[in-house]
Design a protein around this ligand. Structure first.
Ligand code: PLP
Length: 405
């Protein structure tokens, strides 16, 4: 069968593949612990349920403006004012089918073939693939060994006359790193001066621990949104735990929003009004749901740190945000794909190989589940890899004995 070279070049999603494998194991009755999943376990906020239910029961579920329902845009404008101290116009806002489509639409709208986008390692798996789908070229900037924070001088060095954008994701998936405010400020100043877009993927921006803060890029530019090269991507997936509603948005200069709207008209016609109503409910509803989620994840992070103390050989940089952590397991095996496969086979724990995020030798753990998922998951990983840990463990009701170390 002859298929598109471009499409064939797109990698299979490692998380979707792992989810499928875990589902099959569960179906066989295995006691799988899923530390691979990228979503919180909370229930949809009540305000979102009520608002979308009202839309549904109105019976008026029709085509809506491609750039989003005016009432949701209004809520996004207020959110931007409250959280970013920026007043933006409705023409600066476009609603998308999740942050993922927001990113696709941005890259599709700003890239010409061969244009380059700087991607900071470790990166979210989809960035390079989406950039390639838009005929662009991802250019990776890797931090020094032992840190997840890139050096500004390395970013500067990676920029060429083809560079159109730098994508910044802080708090970061997969490392949980929150970039220092000085670094964010340097990137903003550089991008504004050079006319390069700084795309801020802020999808985890409120999930930050210990009273730290993910410094918003807008703080470091005095240009108004219309003249700034800062583009902000956000959504309800992570902060409100509303992954299935598929609502994201972009704040950008109106010329870019207009082009993105044209792209939307010819691709999806816009996001479902039922989901948009849900997002509006979440943004206008009680914000204590976000704080409850943040506290639950911070507690899981603290438990993770405690458990990792007795994991000899593993090195973990404390995650300051998101619901991910990325231990360095090179002391056991430098091949993260092998490690993840081994952990699923022996310990029934799903993890994602660091290689997928440009960080070989590490694995990504998601700590968005229960305390039991975290404690039992780490105990099983220790048992499988660390010869100094007890060599017997219960997996479900089966007593397992380690006989390979
Ligand atoms: N950006 C990052 C860094 C993510 O981790 C994810 C989801 O995993 C997304 C964007 C996609 O968000 P959405 O579900 O709104 O498309």
């Amino acid at each position: 069968m002859k298929l598109s070279k471009l499409a064939l070049d797109i990698a299979e999603s490692p998380t979707f593949a792992l989810n499928e494998e875990a589902r099959l194991l569960r179906e066989r009755g295995e006691a799988v612990i899923h530390l691979g999943i990228g979503e919180p376990k909370n229930k949809t906020p009540m305000a979102a349920i009520l608002s979308s239910a009202a839309k549904l029961t109105s019976g008026e579920v029709k085509y809506v403006p491609p750039d989003g329902l005016p009432s949701l845009k209004k809520a996004i404008i207020r959110y931007t004012e409250d959280n970013y101290n920026r007043l933006v116009a409705p023409e600066n806002v476009i609603v998308t089918n999740g942050a993922k489509q927001a990113l696709f639409n941005i890259f599709y709208s700003i890239l010409n073939p061969q244009d380059e986008v700087i991607v900071l390692t470790p990166y979210w798996v989809s960035y390079p693939e989406i950039i390639k789908m838009c005929y662009g070229k991802p250019v990776f900037v890797t931090p020094e060994d032992g840190t997840f924070i890139p050096r500004f001088s390395d970013i500067e060095k990676a920029v060429t006359s083809y560079t159109r954008a730098i994508i910044v994701n802080s708090p970061n998936n997969p490392s949980g790193a929150v970039y220092p405010a000085e670094l964010v400020a340097q990137i903003v100043e550089f991008c504004e001066r050079k006319g390069i877009f700084m795309i801020c993927d802020d999808i985890y921006h409120k999930l930050v621990f210990d009273r730290k803060e993910a410094a918003p890029a807008y703080r470091f530019t005095n240009k108004d949104v219309e003249n700034s090269h800062v583009i902000v991507v956000n959504g309800v997936a992570k902060v409100y735990g509303m992954t299935g509603f598929r609502i994201g948005w972009v704040i950008a200069p109106r010329q870019l929003v207009r082009v993105m709207s044209n792209v939307t008209v010819q691709t999806t016609s816009g996001a479902s009004p039922v989901s948009q109503a849900a997002a509006e409910g979440a943004l206008n509803g009680l914000q204590s749901v976000v704080e409850a989620l943040r506290l639950q994840i911070q507690n899981n992070r603290d438990i993770l740190l405690q458990e990792m103390k007795t994991f000899n050989g593993a090195r973990l940089i404390t995650p300051d945000g998101t619901f991910y952590a990325m231990p360095d397991l090179r002391a056991f095996n430098g091949n993260s794909v092998e490690v993840s496969k081994f952990l699923l086979k022996k310990a029934m724990v799903v993890t994602v190989p660091g290689k997928e995020f440009g960080m070989e030798g590490h694995i990504r753990l998601s700590i968005s589940g229960t305390v039991k998922d975290v404690t039992e998951g780490i105990a099983r990983i220790k048992w499988a890899l660390d010869p100094t840990s007890p060599n017997e463990i219960y997996i479900g009701d089966k007593k397992m004995i380690r006989d390979w170390l």
